[in-house]
Write a protein that binds this ligand. Structure first.
Ligand code: TXA
Ligand code: MG
Length: 329
C-alpha cells in the first residue's frame, strides 16, 4: 500500500515530535529526523550503525529554507539550486548555528538538498522543519530502493515507514562542496561535472584516490553484499577466463552483466542482468536491488562487469567499486 495524505500527516507529526521515520525519495529510501533534536538524530546513527564522524544531509522543501540551515551562501549556490532542485544534488555550505553537531558530525559545514518526490516534499513541509537523513539501510549494506528493503534491514527499530513503491533513480545524490573555491564534486551522480560546469567552474578532484576524503562518507565500505564481489576492469573475455579459473577450484561463480553481454557467459552459475549499456540510468536504478539479491544465489564469488567512467558511468563505477571493497577473504 502506498502512503496517502493521512499517513504523511501522521509521519510528519512523528518527526515533529522527535521520532524517526523512513520514507521514499527519488533516489533511495531515507531515515529522517527533526534537525533540531539531537536524541532523534543520534538514534539514526544507532539504528544504522553509522560512524559518528559521517555527517547527515539536511533536506528542505523550499529554497527559502536555505537561510535557516546555512550562512554566507554564495550566489552560485542559488543558481545551482534554481537550475537543478528539486533533484539529487546536495550542496555543502557553511552551516548556520541552528545545525547541531549531531547532524554535522562536528564539521563546520552542512550538506543541503531538496528531493524530487511528492511524499518526501510533503513530509518536510508538514513536519515544519528541515529533515536530517541518510539512506535507510544498515551501514555498509546496499541502500534501500523499496519499503520492504527498509523493513528487512531496520523495520523493527524505526517509528514508521512510509511506502512509496520503488524509488525512481536508485542511487544517491551528487554532493558538491561550495565552501571552497573553485568548488569540487565530493560524490558523483547523475548531475555530472559537465552539467555543473555550465554554471560554475569546478576543481578537479578524484574522490577515489585521495587519502583523506573531504566527504567523510567516501572512506567507508558501502553497498556490499556478503558474497565476495570483484569488479572486472576489462572486456568480457576476462570474465570468461575468470569463470574457468574459479570453476577449476570448484567454486560457484555469479556474474553481474548487461543485456548486450549476457550471452558471453553460458558457464556462469548465476547471471544478473542490470539492463542495457545504452541506458546507464536504468542500470543505476536496478543496481542496489540486484546487490541485495546476490547473496541468495549462494555463489562463492560474483564477477561484475565494469562501465566507462563517463557521465552517469562515473557514479555507477563509484558504487560498484565501493561494493567490491574490503571483502571477506
Ligand atoms: O539521495 C541521497 O543523496 C541520500 C539522501 C539521504 O539525501 N543520501 C544518502 O546519504 O544516502 P548518505 O548519508 O549515505 O551519504 C551522504 C554523503 C556522505 O558521504 C557524507 O559524508 C556526505 O554526504 N556529507 C554529508 N554532509 C557533508 C558535509 N558537511 N561535508 C562533506 N560531506 C558531507
Ligand atoms: Mg547511504
Amino acid at each position: 500500500m502506498t502512503s496517502d495524505d493521512h499517513h504523511i500527516q501522521h509521519a510528519a507529526k512523528i518527526i515533529a515530535d522527535w521520532w524517526v521515520v523512513a520514507f521514499p525519495t527519488e533516489t533511495v529510501y531515507w531515515l529522517g529526523a527533526n534537525i533540531h533534536n539531537a536524541d532523534a538524530v543520534r538514534r539514526i546513527f544507532e539504528i544504522k550503525g553509522r560512524a559518528s564522524d559521517n555527517p547527515l544531509i539536511v533536506h528542505i522543501h523550499d529554497i527559502a529554507q536555505l537561510k535557516e540551515v546555512a550562512v554566507d551562501v554564495p550566489d552560485y549556490a542559488y543558481d545551482l539550486a534554481q537550475q537543478f532542485w528539486p533533484w539529487p544534488l546536495a550542496l555543502v555550505l557553511h552551516k548556520s548555528d541552528r545545525i547541531i553537531d549531531a547532524v554535522s558530525a562536528g564539521q563546520p559545514t552542512v550538506a543541503v538538498r531538496m528531493p524530487d518526490h511528492d511524499i518526501a516534499l510533503s513530509l518536510i513541509r508538514q513536519a515544519g522543519v528541515p529533515i536530517a537523513a541518510p539512506s535507510a539501510n544498515l551501514s555498509g549494506k546496499p541502500s534501500p530502493t523499496t519499503a520492504s528493503h527498509v523493513a528487512h534491514d531496520i523495520g523493527d527499530r524505526v517509528d514508521a515507514i512510509l511506502d512509496g513503491w520503488a524509488t525512481q533513480v536508485g542511487i544517491e545524490s551528487t554532493v558538491i562542496d561550495l565552501t571552497i573555491s573553485p568548488p569540487v564534486i565530493l560524490r558523483p551522480w547523475s548531475i555530472t561535472a559537465e552539467d555543473i560546469s555550465t554554471i560554475i567552474p569546478l576543481q578537479h578532484y578524484n574522490p577515489w584516490t585521495t587519502d583523506t576524503p573531504k566527504s567523510p562518507g567516501m572512506k567507508y565500505r558501502h553497498y556490499a553484499p556478503d558474497t565476495q564481489m570483484v569488479l572486472i576492469d576489462h572486456k568480457h573475455d576476462d570474465v570468461t577466463s575468470m569463470i574457468q579459473y574459479y570453476h577449476q577450484q570448484w567454486q560457484r561463480v555469479g556474474v553481474i552483466t548487461t543485456l548486450e553481454t549476457q550471452d558471453h557467459y553460458p558457464d556462469a552459475d548465476h547471471l544478473w542482468v542490470l539492463g542495457s549499456r545504452k541506458n546507464l540510468s536504468s542500470i543505476s536504478h536496478h543496481l542496489f536491488a540486484t546487490l541485495r539479491q546476490v547473496d541468495a544465489a549462494w555463489c562463492d564469488i560474483i564477477l561484475c562487469e565494469s562501465f566507462e567512467r563517463v557521465g552517469v558511468g562515473v557514479a555507477l563505477m563509484d558504487r560498484l567499486t565501493k561494493a567490491c571493497e574490503g571483502k571477506k577473504g
